[in-house]
Design a protein around this ligand. Structure first.
Ligand code: HEM
Length: 409
């Protein structure tokens, strides 16, 4: 392949602010069309390039800061007032933060998670009545917060779990909508500030009341190296934020897909099938639908040399739906996971990959698998107007309009 220093091709030559406008209207469609039309290296703007080939995705994700970083120095703290936690740190600071969390996410902790998840499902289902129509995303969000927070803190949170769930949901909703700068006293900003205060306050109580548990829980890990209180609180907020919406979305999409595919739903109690179905739902509806890195030196991809300072976009939505790696890519077929993985190792990256891959990946997968299997054993969720369901690509890929009627088994 000849290496070129010219910019890669792209919609409108990759040189137009009109691309940003098209992206804003329909990000999923825009990225998909860009990759299908222009190939695996696509200029979206002069400094934004989409990489769609798993070879390039793998090289970007396993890079250890030599060629790409997670965020450029200028963008370290966003205007949202979001806590600056591990998710956004680099280098030694990141290593330290990640190291102290590792024990809490080891596989032996997953048995504990299973118990928490079963209890969470029992409580959720007990709260439903026969024939009731539920908003599946709303119910899964409460459940994911209940289970996730209890797992991270090592105990049931009761009413406080509900408070956290409401505050985080509000923050997610308010920060993913376009809005005026935070310092302006608009209604949305006031509500955002109130929710952030509630979140901080509730987490502060949790941290102060926490009794060490032999290093077993994530909260134990955070408290293990004498980090300042504010840092512990912010890390906790990040863990909850990153773990909760994504898991709730994954669960909701899975129930939506099972509603559309009764033949798959029938197989959910077969050995290994629930896990396969969870993976397949995250392929078609990846909660993290795009991630990015910034080049710190010229980076070669698909025969093009991209200069330092280029933002590389990797889209799970685009690559997971590519026929080259997944035959019948648009179809929900959990069986494909029973007979092995995808045709290319980095064609499937719902949790990212490499050192900066999701610290909660095995926790999330187990949680989705157990909750789906347990819930389905107790109730049948009869889809209501599934044709109206659509994805909303916000911070995570939110399922809009998933409703169901509860039928006890
Ligand atoms: C279905 C559920 C989940 C999905 C799809 C998901 C996805 C991801 C992805 C794609 C990344 C990498 C982002 C990048 O490379 O730029 C990531 C990172 C991360 N995730 Fe998750 N995640 C999920 C659940 C969780 C859970 C349950 C937790 C913790 C309780 C969690 C905590 C984190 C943290 C702390 C990072 C940053 C890791 C680092 O920078 O070293 N996630 N997640």
């Amino acid at each position: 392949m000849v290496t070129q220093h010219a910019a890669p091709p792209g919609p409108r030559g990759g040189r137009s602010t009109a691309n940003a406008a098209d992206y804003a209207v329909d990000p999923l469609g825009f990225l998909t069309r860009a990759a299908r039309e222009f190939g695996d290296v696509v200029s979206l703007t002069p400094s934004n390039v989409l990489l769609a080939h798993p070879d390039d995705i793998g090289r970007v994700l396993v890079d250890r800061g030599e060629n790409v970083v997670k965020i450029g120095p200028g963008t370290r703290r966003g205007p949202t007032g979001f806590p600056l936690a591990m998710m956004n740190s680099e280098g030694a600071d990141w290593e330290r933060k990640r190291r102290r969390l590792r024990p809490a996410f080891r596989s032996e902790r997953l048995d504990h998670l299973e118990t928490t998840a079963r209890e969470g499902v029992a409580r959720t289902v007990d709260g439903w009545s026969e024939g009731q129509t539920i908003d599946v995303h709303h119910e899964m969000s409460r459940l994911a917060m209940r289970v996730g927070a209890a797992h991270i803190a090592g105990r049931e949170l009761g009413e406080r779990g509900e408070t956290l769930s409401r505050a985080v949901a509000a923050i997610m909703r308010l920060t993913s909508a376009p809005r005026l700068p935070v310092w302006l006293p608009t209604r949305v900003n006031r509500e955002l500030r109130r929710s952030l205060r509630t979140l901080d306050g509730t987490l502060e109580e949790l941290v102060r009341e926490h009794r060490p548990d032999g290093g077993a829980t994530a909260l134990d890990g955070l408290l293990s190296d004498g980090a300042p209180f504010e840092e512990v609180r912010d890390e906790l907020a990040t863990l909850l934020m990153s773990g909760y919406e994504t898991t709730a979305d994954a669960l909701t999409w899975l129930f939506f897909a099972l509603g559309e595919h009764p033949e798959a739903d029938e197989r959910m109690d077969e050995d290994g099938f629930a896990l396969a179905a969870a993976k397949e739902a995250m392929r078609l509806y990846p909660p993290a639908w795009v991630i990015s890195r910034e080049t710190v030196r010229p980076f070669e991809a698909g025969g093009y040399v991209l200069p330092a300072g280029t933002v590389l976009g990797l889209s799970q939505w685009v690559t997971h739906r590519d026929e080259r790696w997944f035959p019948e890519a648009g179809e929900f077929r959990p069986e494909r996971w029973l007979t092995g993985g995808p045709a290319h190792r980095y064609a499937y990256f719902p949790f990212g990959a490499g050192a900066r891959g999701c610290v909660g990946a095995s926790m999330a997968l187990r949680e989705v698998e157990v909750i789906a299997a347990r819930l389905r054993a107790r109730v049948r969720l009869e889809p209501v107007e599934p044709e109206r369901v659509r994805p909303r690509p916000a911070l995570a890929l939110q399922p809009l309009g998933v409703r169901a009627v509860v039928r006890r088994r």
